[in-house]
Design a protein around this ligand. Structure first.
Ligand SMILES: Cc1cc2nc3c(=O)[nH]c(=O)nc-3n(C[C@H](O)[C@H](O)[C@H](O)COP(=O)(O)OP(=O)(O)OC[C@H]3O[C@@H](n4cnc5c(N)ncnc54)[C@H](O)[C@@H]3O)c2cc1C
Length: 594
């Protein structure tokens, strides 16, 4: 027996994904206009560009692959959607749409801003900006400053996912790139990291701690959003990722006696479905490592086979992956291949432990205050490391009856569905609560570009429809896993982060069909966007959240301006038009009363 298939992926999800036109399909609601908000607010040029290009491409695509006979909730009521807004705020929303529709203004708004700073001065300029864009997209400048906005959201049953937006936490790793060369041959290299970066990571811990307290004080049932690139050098995350990819590849190669794949599959598509028996394992191992004595190898096999059933599954293999041991393992490699090159050296391991202790400091505080934390997903070069760290943290912190740490799954990545199934299975086996934020993904364009420049297969689904199907399959898999119709009730939780009305309606329908506890399913949209989804969900008793950026206005406004520029081509999108029409309808209703 060389290899057996471990996981049979359920296809019940695909049954839901037929394509008849539904009542809401014609609306094709995808409010694209400000989708770059969070990314740009955080100074994340890369991700905001991805948002932009992604959305340009997705505009022409039908948003629907769901068969809904009757939506569970009617999202068409402008009155419900904008009930929380004063007429002034509605006029401001309308005006933001309008101003953004003048390309020439948008194109030159950075120059206008610079001129205004010179002529009117920073105070006056920022006070104008405050009443225009800032108050629409941001909750305030400080934790204290956001209290009224958070209270207002709470009044409508809406929680917050707090994100301190001013710190450039995920700037491209300039310093790291400079030392990329030294990462080659890691086990023996003496590489250096930018320690100025490390001290910035320490400073970011304080910011995240403040955000945790902010959640406790302003939105007790909410979340804090954290990017791991704020807590460790992105280059270290990239090195860790390479190491994890090579360990996954090693698992595959062991089943084929060391043969390399002709074409390397994207990470989440790499075949993990084998069960390695002793025979196959020892043959493969001997072809790649020096083996001193058989007994030692047998002990190693027994250590990996945690269930003791005589075969090693990928879950067992990945559970046993200890980044700090790979360096040691590589000393017995028969050749200095990719895994040898990928192993972390001692200096890197020190940085790795520093990062872990930073994250733990934040999560210890979060646990003490009962604040849940979402770890954002980022770009593919570092995502395997983020996944690995988050699983490690979930094992520690998600054991007290509800998940404290939420993993983010990007469903535009090929193979993400089976990765989610693995993690569901893993959480069940290991006895911790699964917590997931499911998104489509924000880095599509750069991911595709990088893969093409490197001559690799793109990790991103080839079409919008494939991403959509993946998105819904993942949501469905988690809901089915949590369904009381399954073998046992779980405390797992899901947050569907999307402005796509079709996906929200799909989720609601599946909750209803499967009889899920809807208090364990959350929905998230960015502040200032898709209010008709968030407020309607909140009004109907669903767990709805706004992703709430906050930070000093002088740091945030330049990002808001850049975001508006980047989105100028998207302002004709159907979703935006629908949102604008709803705002106009509500304004007319209110103003014509008099
Ligand atoms: C609360 C919240 C938290 C978020 N957190 C994260 C995060 O941690 N990490 C992250 O990466 N993103 C995050 N996002 C952004 C998210 O991934 C999406 O980019 C964004 O929400 C747009 O997707 P949608 O479902 O709202 O809209 P839609 O318009 O339905 O979908 C647009 C998305 O579809 C995909 N797509 C578009 N065209 C194509 C194509 N041709 N081929 C394949 N796929 C395509 C892209 O992913 C694109 O972003 C978050 C969003 C929200 C609301």
């Amino acid at each position: 027996m060389a290899a057996r298939t471990l996981l049979k992926l359920p296809h019940s999800a695909t049954r839901q994904l037929r394509h008849p036109v539904t009542r809401w399909q014609s609306c094709n609601h995808r409010p694209h206009c400000f989708l770059t908000q969070v990314a740009v607010l955080r100074g994340c040029r890369k991700s905001s560009q991805s948002y932009l290009a992604t959305l340009v491409q997705s505009r022409s695509v039908s948003a629907v692959s769901v068969d809904l006979e009757r939506p569970v909730i009617d999202f068409n009521s402008a009155e419900v959607a904008f009930n929380s807004k004063t007429t002034f705020e509605l006029m401001r929303s309308w005006m933001i749409f309008k101003i953004c529709s003048f390309r020439v203004v948008v194109r030159h708004c950075d120059s206008l801003y610079a001129v205004s700073l010179k002529v009117l001065g920073a105070n006056l300029t920022h006070s104008i900006m405050r009443h225009l864009m800032f108050n629409h997209f941001c909750a305030g400048e400080t934790v204290e400053g956001i209290i009224p906005r958070m209270q207002q959201l709470r009044d409508y049953g809406i929680g917050g996912i707090l994100d301190y937006a001013a710190e450039a936490k995920d700037e491209p790793p300039v310093a790291a790139e400079a030392c990329e060369e030294t990462t080659v041959g890691a086990p023996v290299s003496a590489r250096t990291f930018d320690y100025k970066g490390e001290s910035m990571c320490d400073a970011n811990v304080e910011i995240f701690l403040k955000a945790i307290h902010g959640v406790r004080d302003t939105t007790p049932n909410g979340f804090a959003a954290i990017k791991l690139t704020g807590l460790g050098n992105p280059m270290l995350l990239e090195r860790m990722s390479t190491c994890l990819v090579e360990m996954t590849e090693l698992f595959r190669r062991l089943t084929t006696e060391g043969q390399m794949d002709k074409v390397r599959q994207p990470y989440y598509c790499m075949d993990r479905s084998f069960l390695l028996d002793w025979d196959t394992f020892q043959k493969g191992w001997r072809s790649m490592f020096h083996v001193r004595d058989e007994e030692e190898l047998r002990q190693f096999f027994a250590k990996l086979d945690t269930s003791g059933d005589g075969v090693i599954s990928f879950l067992e293999w990945s559970e046993s992956i200890n980044l700090s041991e790979i360096n040691e393992l590589c000393r017995s490699c028969t050749e200095e291949g990719p895994l040898f090159q990928a192993a972390l050296d001692d200096a890197e391991l020190d940085l790795y432990w520093n990062m872990i202790s930073r994250v733990k400091k934040i999560l210890d505080e979060a646990q003490q205050l009962g604040v849940r934390v979402m770890i954002d997903a980022e770009w593919m070069d570092i995502q395997p490391a983020i996944d690995h760290l988050v699983i490690h943290l979930q094992r520690i912190y998600n054991r007290q009856g509800q998940p404290l740490v939420f993993q983010t799954y990007q469903t535009y990545l090929k193979g993400m569905h089976s990765s989610v199934l693995h993690d569901l299975e893993r959480s069940k086996r290991e006895g911790w609560c699964f917590g997931a934020k499911v998104v489509r993904g924000a880095y599509m364009v750069s991911e595709r570009e990088k893969a093409s420049n490197r001559g690799l297969l793109s990790p991103v689904c080839d079409t919008y429809e494939a991403t959509e199907e993946n998105f819904h399959r993942v949501i469905n898999a988690i809901l089915e896993h949590n369904s009381p119709k399954g073998s046992e009730q779980t405390q797992n939780e899901l947050l569907v982060a999307s402005h796509n009305r079709g996906s929200v309606e799909y989720t609601l329908q599946r909750i209803q069909e499967l009889g899920n506890d809807h208090s364990k399913v959350h929905f998230g949209q960015l502040l200032g966007m898709a209010d008709h989804l968030t407020f309607t969900l909140g009004t109907h008793g669903y767990k709805a959240y706004k992703y709430v950026p906050y930070g000093p206005i002088d740091e945030v406004v330049p990002y808001l301006i850049r975001r508006t520029q980047e989105n100028s081509t998207l302002l004709g999108a159907p979703g935006v038009q629908e949102e604008r029409k709803m705002v106009t309808r509500e304004l007319r209703r209110r103003l014509l009363r008099f």
